[in-house]
Every structure is written in C-alpha cells, then in structure tokens.
Design a protein around this ligand. Structure first.
Ligand code: ATP
Length: 210
C-alpha cells in the first residue's frame, strides 16, 4: 500500500527497523510497541500511529511478530531491493563514501564516482572514478535513480541539473549549499558544518550558555 509519510516518520521507521534487527539477533520472537518506543525515543502511541499509517497492525495485546514486522519495515524502506548510487565529486567526502564498506551491508551499491579532475579518474578501481562525460551513459545503462553530491558549493547547482537531466530522481547533497528539488525529485541536504554548529549550540546551552 502507498502511504504518504513525512521525513520524521520515515526516520522513526528506520530506528524501529534497527531495533528489530537487534532483537532478532537476540532471538526475540515477539515485540511490543513499548520496546520499539524505547529504542526510538518516542511513545508507544507514536509507534502504533506510525505503523497504522502503513496498515501494520499488531495482535490484540499490542504485540508484533519480529520476523513479520521486520519484513514489512524492510519493504517500506526499500531494503528488499539493491539500490545503486553514483557519487559526484571524489574529494575527501566523496572518496570516503565511495569506499565505505557499510553500504554493502545495507543493500546499497555505489556504481561509480565522477569528477572533473583527471587526476581523480581511475577506471580500474572498485568502484571506478570516471569523467563527467560518462555520467549520462552509466545512469542510463544501469537505470540509476540515486546520486550523492560531494562537490564544492559553487559547482553544486550545475551538477544537480546535470544529474537530474540524466534521469536521477533522488539526491543526497553534501555540498554546503541548500539545493531545492524540482517537482518529481527528492533532495536531502546534509550540511556537516550546520550539524556541528547545532551540536555546539545545544552543548553550550545545556552547560549554562558558556
Ligand atoms: P571535500 O569537500 O569532499 O572534502 P575537497 O576539499 O578535497 O573535498 P572540493 O574542492 O570540495 O575538495 O571538491 C570535491 C571534489 O569535487 C573534488 O575532487 C573536485 O575535483 C570535484 N569537483 C569540483 N567541481 C566539480 C564538478 N563541477 N563536477 C564534478 N566534480 C567536481
């Protein structure tokens, strides 16, 4: 079923899924909304509300079978399929993402990296790093819909237009500039500096504003 959920709801579903995976390794067969609520830092009512949005119902006592629930959450979160990404900009961030082994465990495959700097090209590396003029061909031949941008701020808008025109529909943007998504596309902006400023502010606030 197709439900419309907001970003916070989907982040909570990911947390429930991670908690379920931990419970599964501990051989739990059933779980209650309270257990998942604890793991995600929300109320049990919120857990049930999130699940009901996707037609997930527990038994009369509010319990769920761990394996069934994990399967349902994996399906909603697209974890029942392999997803291919490309990375544009193979600087410090892009290179780290390109070689991060944790993606594979999550069903995410980085097909290739792209850069404008010939010094970064490496067709034989895994994944390969290719020139930008091969981007459209790779996207089309492998039907890739997802991209990670790790280019400098001044290049981000132009690179965004390039990947969207080549068929990309979802972008995770690490360039320190807030990109806006045209209709039919999704852009998640991650500004590491903003995140750190936020952390610093709240640490200072919690310590009496020093
Ligand atoms: P990072 O920001 O990842 O730490 P860095 O400081 O090493 O990277 P940046 O100047 O931010 O380098 O550039 C990141 C990468 O983006 C570089 O490899 C650069 O060659 C590449 N790049 C710059 N402009 C473009 C563009 N228009 N298209 C593709 N790649 C680009």
């Amino acid at each position: 079923m197709q439900a419309m959920a907001n970003r916070s709801c989907i982040i909570r579903l990911s947390r429930y899924k991670n908690a379920l995976n931990r419970l599964r390794t501990l051989n739990f067969v059933r779980v209650f909304s309270d257990n998942l609520a604890d793991a995600a830092g929300v109320t049990a009512a919120q857990v049930r509300k999130d699940f009901s949005l996707f037609g997930i119902t527990g038994n009369r006592r509010g319990g769920y079978r761990v394996d069934e629930l994990a399967e349902q959450l994996n399906k909603i979160l697209g974890k029942d399929q392999l997803h291919e990404f490309i990375v544009i900009g193979v600087g410090n961030i892009g290179r780290a993402l390109l070689h991060y082994p944790g993606f594979e465990r999550s069903g995410i495959n980085i097909a290739a990296g792209f850069d404008i700097d010939p010094a970064k090209f490496n067709r034989d590396s895994k994944p390969p790093v290719l020139p930008l003029d091969q981007l459209a061909g790779v996207i089309k031949s492998r039907d890739i819909k997802l991209a990670i941008l790790a280019v400098p701020d001044y290049a981000a808008q132009q690179v965004l237009e390039l990947v969207l025109s080549a068929g990309i529909r979802g972008v995770l943007n690490f360039a320190p500039i807030c990109l806006k998504a045209p209709a039919g596309c999704v852009i998640n902006n991650i500004n590491l500096e903003t995140e750190l400023e936020n952390l610093i502010y709240f640490v200072n606030a919690a310590n009496g504003g020093n």
